[in-house]
Design a binder for this molecule. Structure first.
Ligand SMILES: *Cc1c(COP(=O)(O)O)cnc(C)c1O
Length: 389
């Protein structure tokens, strides 16, 4: 008999009833150190007092009114994002995959309105992940996501990861946009080198192609800058954000320049929930904290510490681990065993991690994890690796 919850996940036999900072607690009181943060979502940890206050204050006033009306909290968060980034305008969604849908629509509408309706093609990359909607799986093209769900939305061209020559060869008169994660998450914590992101920007500038960055996982302070593309000194035309932006409250966004968004006039897109007062009150509090230069400096300091300790861990377990990669607090441990085995060994040592493709174990802790917690986390990972040796 089918489970009452549609069984699309292989869930671990763990169930948490409360959380505090980087810790999660089960009903029997056992505590786990959380290096997954709900897949890069809980950027300020669990039950963060500032976010609880923002949520409960708003919850007592107004939850939802729909986008038929002015929403002060949404306006405020949009202004903060515009102020802090390349963007001139923002549309709020409830998830990353909805942000992908709008980014795709926006790019196609842009060319349609420019009188080049043939420009519908979007170049994407092997190993990418943009969500689970029919559009987002077509964008990724990965067999395990698309098999059985056809016919797929046409217009995506899948290129080898990081192959700038392949991009050059693929850009043609029908190309609307390039869609890429500056740091691949599900694909195995694979950062695109700064020089390659610059090269993509230059190619887009030469050809008019729109550059869409998917910062759903690597954005919101995760890499030590508010958005990962800042490291490369470039800006996109369109950017998808979600995961960390709500700190655990479902929220996503598409940020865009005025030019890229020019086709999206009244009536061309919508969302019932997107950007409701409750979500945006929490999102604004997350932004106030995470966008602070001092907060991001701390992320970088702790990231350097964690990375150094992980290098030591790899050196101590050459039969299990192979290397460290990633940026900021978006780190991957390349494994010689199946990463799912490391995740399981971590459960036994009460430390939570997330597997990714390319044999990588993902570490995405809350951005405000403490030094002591980093020390404790690495000690637990060390014991987990010892279990597998
Ligand atoms: C998680 C993720 C998405 C999809 O976000 P959902 O909120 O799960 O729909 C899209 N892109 C990237 C890079 C992601 O990591």
């Amino acid at each position: 008999m089918i489970a009452s919850v549609l069984p699309t996940y292989n869930r671990a036999p763990l169930s948490f009833i409360s959380g505090e900072g980087a810790w999660l607690t089960e009903a029997d009181g056992s505590r786990y150190l959380d290096l997954g943060a709900g897949i890069a979502v809980n950027v300020l940890g669990h039950a963060n007092p500032d976010l609880v206050a923002a949520l409960t204050q708003q919850a007592g006033k107004l939850w939802h009114v729909s986008n038929l009306y002015q929403i002060a909290e949404q306006q405020r968060l949009a202004d903060m994002l515009v102020e802090a980034t390349f963007a001139d305008t923002v549309f709020f969604t409830n998830s990353g995959t909805e942000a992908a849908e709008l980014a795709i629509k926006m790019a196609r509408k842009y060319w349609y309105e420019k009188g080049e309706a043939n420009r519908i093609e979007i170049l994407t990359f092997e190993g990418s992940f943009h969500g689970r909607s029919t559009g987002a799986i077509a964008a990724s093209g990965a067999e395990k996501m698309v098999k059985g769900f056809g016919p797929l939305m046409p217009g995506f061209v899948h290129l080898p990861w990081g192959d700038i020559e392949a991009v050059k060869a693929a850009i043609g008169p029908d190309t609307a946009a390039i869609l890429i994660e500056p740091v691949q998450g599900e694909g195995g914590i694979r950062p695109m080198p700064d020089a390659d992101l610059k090269a993509l920007r230059a190619l887009c500038d030469e050809t008019g192609t729109l550059l869409i960055l998917d910062e759903v996982q690597c954005g919101m302070g995760r890499t030590g800058r508010l958005f990962a593309h800042e490291w490369a000194g470039i800006t996109p035309d369109i950017m998808m954000v979600a995961k960390g932006i709500g700190g655990g409250f479902p929220l996503g966004a598409v940020l865009a320049t005025e030019n890229a968004a020019s086709g999206m006039v009244a009536g061309t897109h919508g969302s019932t929930y997107g950007g409701n007062p409750l979500a945006c009150a929490v999102g604004a509090r997350v932004m106030e904290i995470v966008a602070e230069p001092a907060f991001l400096a701390e992320v970088n300091r702790k990231a350097a510490l964690l990375r150094q300790r992980l290098e030591g861990l790899v050196a101590a377990h050459p039969e299990v681990l192979e290397g460290v990669r990633g940026q900021g607090l978006m780190l991957g441990l390349k494994c010689k065993v199946a990463p799912a085995e490391m995740v399981k060994a971590g459960y036994a040592e009460h430390v939570l991690t997330v597997p990714a493709a390319d044999n990588v174990l993902r570490l995405l802790p809350p951005l405000n994890i403490t030094e002591d917690e980093i020390t404790e986390a690495v000690a637990r990972l060390d014991r987990a690796a010892t279990r597998l040796a």
